[in-house]
Write a protein that binds this ligand. Sequence first.
Ligand SMILES: *Cc1c(COP(=O)(O)O)cnc(C)c1O
Length: 393
Amino acid sequence: MSKAGRGDKTRVVTAGRRDEWTGGIVNTPVWRASTILYDSVAEMRAAGANTHHRLFYGRRGTPTQWSLADALTELEPGAEGTFLYCSGVAAIAAALLSVLSPGDEVLIVDAAYDPTRSMATGLLKRLGISTRFYDPLIGAGIADLIGESTRAILLESPGSLTFEVMDLPAIVGVAKARGLVTLLDNSWATPLLFPAIEKGIDLSILACTKYVVGHSDVMLGSVTAGPGHFAKLRDTSFQLGQVASADDCWLGSRGLRTMAIRLAQHQASALKIAQWLSTRPEVAQVLHPALPSCPGHAHFVRDFKGASGLFGIVLNGGSDAARAAMLDGLELFGLGYSWGGFESLAIPVDPHRYRTATKPAFAGPLVRLSIGLEDPDDLIADLDAGLRRFAAG
Ligand SMILES: *Cc1c(COP(=O)(O)O)cnc(C)c1O
């Protein structure tokens, strides 16, 4: 059986494991290092000349980092390599800086993660790199935005907070025809539900903090590069001094081994809850990519292998105070940022505060839910009580 033909649960269990790194131990141990000692000057020089999977200096990584990086590369068929970062935001920054130079323009989806927008309007602007934000549902119409200096397109699908599913193949097609680099924030789907490199994306970015780690206790990011893009990414990341800690990567690898089975449960529970929510009078719209009420749903059906556990709801009218009454009393859903862990989380979201290219209209305040691994019926009971508080508020 070819490696590529194996199922997802097998792939996450086997990826990135090498006997010479583990010494027979199942999970690659923590190799903590700054200094590496050499027997001779000649050996020292030789190590410096070959940076790939060769101990040289702690910043260049050890088997603990290489093992996780290789695992993520293996999960993206067609990928050239992966670099790891101390957070998802650091990964986004390094990916953008590896392709953009002063005078360039980047097109960024209007539903991008807010810190991505801040980077564009802050650091990138300061470096003389301009940004145009575009409608998440623009599709092939993106061709009209491409100018002389346009160099790259940043995509995120589904969009942060509002969950529009983009027409990724149409935009990748335009980018390829016009010689532009595509970067996708693939944190929601992970390579298991959307193998980005295989689908023609050049740089696939993950906030590993979310589903790879899966336990809400580590910050970690990754960028996996398609053909012809890894050397520039690695050089840029080395120049920026980027290194993810060995301890964090060890926890990342530990999380990865159960990611397929966790995602399957997140999907099943979230879908059940989303369907229940769509029957409730207090809910005007469910922004779950697998439901027809989500903008771009047809793209989801066509392009994704499944859904994860993060989605949004639009409440039916009501005030911010009523929304707060709903959220404040939740017992199983924590009120906290981030998502992708084993515990359920809820946050109020106000996407119109961030948008500039498009102003989506909603029937009431929004809530984002990250469905964890609890029994879905218990989560439904918690939300049922919450919606009653909302209606009374
Ligand atoms: C959380 C998140 C990030 C950033 O990851 P951190 O590890 O928190 O820096 C990037 N993109 C998306 C879509 C996210 O939700």
